[in-house]
Write a protein that binds this ligand. Structure first.
Ligand SMILES: Nc1ncnc2c1ncn2[C@@H]1O[C@H](COP(=O)(O)OP(=O)(O)O)[C@@H](O)[C@H]1O
Ligand SMILES: [Mg+2]
Length: 311
């Protein structure tokens, strides 16, 4: 049985179709990434799967439980870490975790053990008795994440878990997520607009765009589908489109995309930057900047959405 089965899941807000009849499955024990630009429909999806938002139509099963009819069963088996802060600023770190543990019905002894273990795991032992209002952003995030993992959920939903964090804390969160997944077999469903995060963590990634899933697969396969090498170049003002249509006809390139730069994949091995520059010069174009790199998930996103994540 898959951990999550999504079937024609749809959410409509007034005029906006936030999630448009999507269907896919997440395997048990998998770290699955839902990636896309702002407004793609990631948070709406995750809120529905966590039973916090009612689908307009279609549905999903989480560990076999229907997200509309079996809300309580779903809630009991999941942990959530969302964009909006869920901890109480006027309680200490320890009190926050203890409070959450009570809500999950842990006994007093279990609570103490578990809370201490988690505080240690995220390096908040020394700050355990300080009020959260005096924590840094990174400390709050660490507290939120372990709060989501308090009772060893079978599935952990993370929505933009490292937004606004410094590099070191991000790394830390990533490794903690990987470790939890490995040790406990926790299925992780993570929505993120950071493609490096998805690449580092996820076994499979779905790219969501305007409410739809445009592609789904292992990061390595998605990158390979974009081509062997991606070239980005800057040309003289107003000449980019003309150059694009010319080079397209050579048959060397594919996946031509344009923003302030022109990007394409090189189809043939052996063709590189010098060949592109020579081709441009010979045809009267001026290349003011050029680079090439092996594809990243950013290139995959650009390929499927026509836009980059940082725009
Ligand atoms: N509560 C809401 N009311 C109205 N529109 C919403 C609401 N939540 C999300 N939307 C809209 O739905 C679309 C998808 O949003 P969201 O699921 O938050 O995407 P993402 O998490 O990928 O950025 C956006 O166009 C957003 O403006
Ligand atoms: Mg979101």
């Amino acid at each position: 049985m898959p951990a999550i089965e999504i079937n024609e899941l749809t959410k409509v807000f007034d005029e906006v179709v936030a999630v448009n009849k999507v269907s896919y499955e997440v395997e048990e024990g998998e770290i699955f990434g839902l990636v896309g630009l702002n407004g793609a429909g990631k948070s709406s999806t995750i809120l529905m799967l966590a039973t916090l938002l009612r689908p307009t139509s279609g549905g999903a099963k989480v560990l076999g439980h229907d997200i509309v009819r079996k809300k309580n069963e779903v809630k009991k088996s999941i942990g959530v870490v969302f964009e909006d802060q869920a901890v109480d600023n006027y309680l200490t770190g320890r009190q926050n975790l203890d409070f959450a543990a009570r809500m999950y019905g842990l006994s007093k002894a279990d609570r103490e053990n578990r809370v201490n273990e988690l505080l240690k795991t995220v390096g908040l032992e020394e700050q355990a008795n300080i009020k959260v209002k005096d924590y840094s952003g990174g400390m709050i995030r660490r507290l939120e994440i372990v709060r989501g993992m308090l009772f060893y959920p079978k599935i952990l939903f993370l929505d933009e878990p490292t937004i606004g964090l410094d590099v070191q804390t991000r790394r830390y969160m990533w490794d903690f997520t990987l470790e939890t997944n490995k040790k406990r077999g926790t299925t992780v469903f993570i929505a993120t607009s950071y493609l490096d995060e998805a690449d580092y963590l996820c076994e499979r990634v779905a790219i969501m765009h305007k409410g739809e899933i445009v592609t789904i697969g292992k990061p390595i396969d998605l990158k390979a589908s974009v081509g062997g090498k991606v070239v980005s170049l800057k040309l003289g003002k107003g000449t980019q489109e003309k150059f694009a249509s010319m080079i397209e006809q050579t048959g060397w390139v594919s996946n031509i995309k344009m923003d302030d730069l022109l990007h394409f994949s090189i189809k043939e091995n052996g063709i590189g930057i010098p060949d592109v520059v020579r081709y441009a010069n010979r045809n009267g174009f001026y290349v003011s900047a050029i680079n090439s790199h092996t594809p990243t998930l950013d290139d995959v996103l650009l390929h499927y959405t026509g836009r980059r994540a940082d725009e």
